[in-house]
Design a protein. Structure first.
Length: 330
């Protein structure tokens, strides 16, 4: 069973700290079981799998997110596990804070939506029958609450979304990614996430001395990750055709365009790797800023939707009353 997000964050933060002070992986894991009160069964399985010769990424697969497993898998090549753990801990801590903030932001609107739903049900089951018994003119109201129109109005969006989702799932992976990247809010976040992930892994791999051909071959073999498999196939074709790396980077939409510049600066492999890590840090900062910006918009949008529903309820309630009063005066 996958661990809770908070436990994953604490696990990688503490594992990084223990690795820095000189603990090996086995002793670090034994220490973490005591420090974090990790499940005994989970830790026993992890230790047994490590003893059997499985990689750290493989033994952590049931307990952490697949994205983390894929990054740990590359540590086999670049061997910079401590640096990767530090990056994972810091990044996951920020994401945990963002997730907590999102829950706090949505809590109040969700409570209002629940109350509003109760109000609508009460209106339809209590007030509406009272209006009819009082002999109010409900022709306008009945027009708006016609059952057929309600069913049609609810069914059309559901059917449209279902058909769109079915069509989307039938498309090739590259086409799906291009469509997602054109979405107003999701697109920029997805692009920054991909660019951060690629820049971080390239930085760790290149700075550790791994040759570009080895990186491409390893990426091609990672069939579990469609992103890496797609980029690996494209890169292998470019290398086989003798294509310039700058032209290759510019031709693939999913790669950070800054990569073309970093590869052409004439720096050593170590410097190129460090520049990629700097680029990864910048991409993550931009991603974090963009998420914060969107988080500030969620609550006003929710309140605007709630406000429109409340105004609609007032309209449906007051119009029949005013019409009835007009009939009495005349």
């Amino acid at each position: 069973m996958q661990w809770r997000r908070k436990r994953q964050v604490e696990f990688f933060e503490n594992l990084c700290h223990l690795s820095k002070v000189g603990f090996d992986l086995e002793n670090s894991l034994q220490m973490l079981q005591v420090l974090l009160n990790l499940p005994v069964k989970d830790m026993a399985n992890i230790m047994a799998d490590l003893t059997a010769g499985k990689t750290f990424a493989a033994v952590m697969t049931p307990y952490v997110r697949s994205e983390i497993v894929q990054q740990l898998d590359f540590a086999i090549i670049h061997g910079r596990l401590t640096l990767l753990l530090q990056e994972l801990g810091a990044r996951e801590r920020i994401r945990l804070a963002q997730f907590s903030k999102l829950r706090q932001i949505l809590l109040y609107p969700m409570v209002l939506m629940i109350l509003l739903f109760i109000l609508i049900v009460g209106y339809l089951t209590v007030l509406l029958p009272e209006f009819r018994q009082a002999g109010m003119n409900l022709s306008t109201l009945n027009l708006r609450l016609n059952t057929c129109w309600i069913i049609t109005g609810c069914a059309l969006p559901i059917i449209s979304c279902s058909l769109s989702f079915w069509w989307f799932t039938k498309q090739q992976w590259a086409i799906r990614m291009r469509l997602l990247m054109r979405c107003p809010i999701l697109g920029p976040l997805l692009r920054l996430s991909i660019e951060y992930y690629i820049s971080l892994q390239l930085g760790l791999l290149i700075s550790s001395g791994v040759q570009l051909a080895t990186i491409v071959e390893r990426i091609r073999q990672n069939s579990q990750n469609e992103l890496l498999s797609y980029i690996g196939d494209k890169a292998w074709q470019a290398l086989s055709n003798g294509e310039d790396i700058r032209d290759f980077v510019l031709s693939v939409d999913l790669l950070p365009k800054e990569c073309a510049l970093l590869f052409n600066l004439g720096h050593t492999q170590q410097q190129i790797g460090e520049n990629f890590q700097i680029l990864a840090s910048r991409k993550f900062e931009l991603l974090n800023e963009r998420i914060k910006k969107y988080l500030t918009l969620i609550q006003p949008i929710c309140f605007a939707i709630i406000g429109l529903i409340v105004i609609g309820l007032y309209y449906l309630t007051l119009v029949p009353m005013y019409k009835n009063m007009g009939g009495i005066v005349s």
